[in-house]
Ligand binder design. Structure first.
Ligand code: FE2
Length: 352
C-alpha cells in the first residue's frame, strides 16, 4: 500500500503519529490511530493497511512467556456425554472453561444478533463472488473491496493453487483476512461481544486470531457426502493453547435443511489415531475407531439457529454433518483463538 494513498486519506499529524508509533513497534497504538479514519468497506486501501499491521504485529511485538500449566487443575461439573448449552447472557470465563473442558464443547445461544447475522451472510456471498471474479480476471473496484490478498500473508492458501475453474462462486471457504472489510467487521464484532477480556481470562494471557484458522464458510448441501471425522489438534500441534468459536449463520443441524456439525461431546484431552479403521485420509479418524468412542459418548448433531455459537478446542472430534434431507446452504464463521505465548507461527497470528 503506497504511503501516498494513505497520506491523502488522513491529516499529516495523524500520518506522523502512525509513523512514530510504528517506529517504536507500538502496533496497537498505530492501528488505533488509523481506525479513527476507517469506515469499513469505503476505503479499501485503509482497511488493507490496518489489516496488514494486524498481521505484521505478532512478529514485532513482545509477548510474555506463560510457563504455567494450562489448563490448571479445573474441577468442572462434568456433563458426561452432553455438550453444555447456555444462553448468551450466561457466557463468562467459568461457563466457557466448564463447557470446553467438562463436556468437550459449549453451545452459546443467540450470541450474535440477527442484524449482524444478515450482514455476515451477505458479506460471505460478496467475498465468494469477488474471489470468483478475481480468478476470472473480471474483478471490479467493488469486488476488490471484498476480496484481496494482503502482502503480509506468507505463501498462499491451498485454494490459490487451483484458482480458476474449480473455485465456485456460490460456495466454499475464504480466509477472513482475504476480505479485509469482513475481517475488520468481525474484529469489531468480537470486541463488542467482549471476547478479548473473556479469552484473556480463559487463557490467562492475551488471545490472537490467525490468518489460516479464521475462515468464512458457505457449505453446499450434499446429501450423498460423508465428511471425515477429525480433531484440529492433529494439524495444530499439541503445545498450544487454543479455542475455536464457530458461529452458525444459518438454521442448521438436527432437522434443519442445512448441514450442521456432528460432534463427540467428550472431555478427554487426547489426540486419536488417524488414517486407520477405515479412514479415507491420513488426517481423519476412521469410522471404526469413532464407532468405539460412540459406545460411551454418542455423537450429537445439535440444531443451531442463526447467531448461535459453538466453542470447542483442538481435542474435539467432529465433522460436517451432511444428511439426506439437506437442501440449503450453511453459512458459518470459524475463528480459532490462540494464547499469544504459544501461538503457532505457521498459522500466522493476527492481532485483534
Ligand atoms: Fe475442524
Amino acid at each position: 500500500m503506497s504511503q501516498s494513498v494513505l497520506a491523502s486519506i488522513m491529516d499529516s499529524e495523524t500520518a506522523s503519529d502512525v509513523a512514530a508509533a510504528l517506529a517504536a513497534d507500538d502496533y496497537p497504538g498505530a492501528i488505533a490511530r488509523l481506525e479513527k479514519f476507517a469506515s469499513r468497506g469505503e476505503n479499501p486501501a485503509l482497511d488493507q493497511r490496518i489489516l496488514d499491521l494486524r498481521i505484521e504485529a505478532f512478529q514485532r511485538m513482545q509477548w510474555p512467556e506463560n510457563p504455567l500449566q494450562w489448563p490448571r487443575e479445573f474441577e468442572a461439573p462434568r456433563q458426561a456425554g452432553k455438550l453444555a448449552d447456555i444462553d448468551a447472557s450466561e457466557l463468562d470465563i467459568e461457563t466457557l472453561k466448564s463447557g470446553v473442558f467438562g463436556s468437550g464443547g459449549l453451545i452459546v445461544r443467540e450470541l450474535v444478533e440477527p442484524g449482524q447475522v444478515a450482514m455476515l451472510r451477505e458479506g460471505i456471498d460478496c467475498a465468494l463472488a469477488a474471489r470468483h471474479a478475481a480468478v476470472k480476471g473480471e474483478a471490479t473496484e467493488v469486488d476488490r473491496s471484498w476480496y484481496g490478498r494482503s502482502n503480509s500473508v506468507a505463501g498462499g492458501p491451498v485454494q490459490f493453487g487451483n484458482l480458476g475453474k474449480r473455485t465456485p462462486a456460490d460456495s466454499g471457504s475464504v480466509w477472513a483476512v482475504d476480505s479485509p472489510r469482513m475481517a475488520l467487521h468481525l474484529i469489531a464484532l468480537y470486541r463488542e461481544l467482549g471476547l478479548p477480556s473473556l479469552l484473556e481470562g480463559y487463557f490467562g494471557e492475551a488471545a490472537l486470531l490467525s490468518v489460516k484458522k479464521w475462515v468464512l464458510r458457505k457449505v453446499k448441501p450434499n446429501p450423498g457426502q460423508v465428511a471425515g471425522w477429525h480433531q484440529d489438534g492433529r494439524f495444530l500441534g499439541e503445545d498450544i493453547r487454543t479455542v475455536n468459536m464457530w458461529i452458525a449463520l444459518s438454521d442448521c443441524g438436527g432437522d434443519a435443511a442445512a448441514p450442521g456439525m456432528d460432534i463427540i461431546p467428550a472431555s478427554r484431552r487426547v489426540i486419536h489415531e488417524t488414517g486407520t479403521a477405515g479412514a479415507d485420509f491420513d488426517w481423519t479418524v476412521g469410522p471404526g475407531l469413532v464407532a468405539g468412542i460412540e459406545k460411551s459418548t454418542p455423537a450429537e448433531n445439535p440444531r443451531f439457529r442463526p447467531g448461535d455459537a459453538l466453542f470447542f478446542d483442538e481435542f474435539n472430534l467432529h465433522r460436517t454433518g451432511f444428511a439426506s434431507h439437506h437442501t440449503e446452504y450453511r453459512y458459518a464463521v470459524e475463528s480459532w483463538f490462540f494464547a499469544a505465548s504459544r501461538a503457532p507461527h505457521k498459522q500466522q497470528p493476527v492481532l485483534f
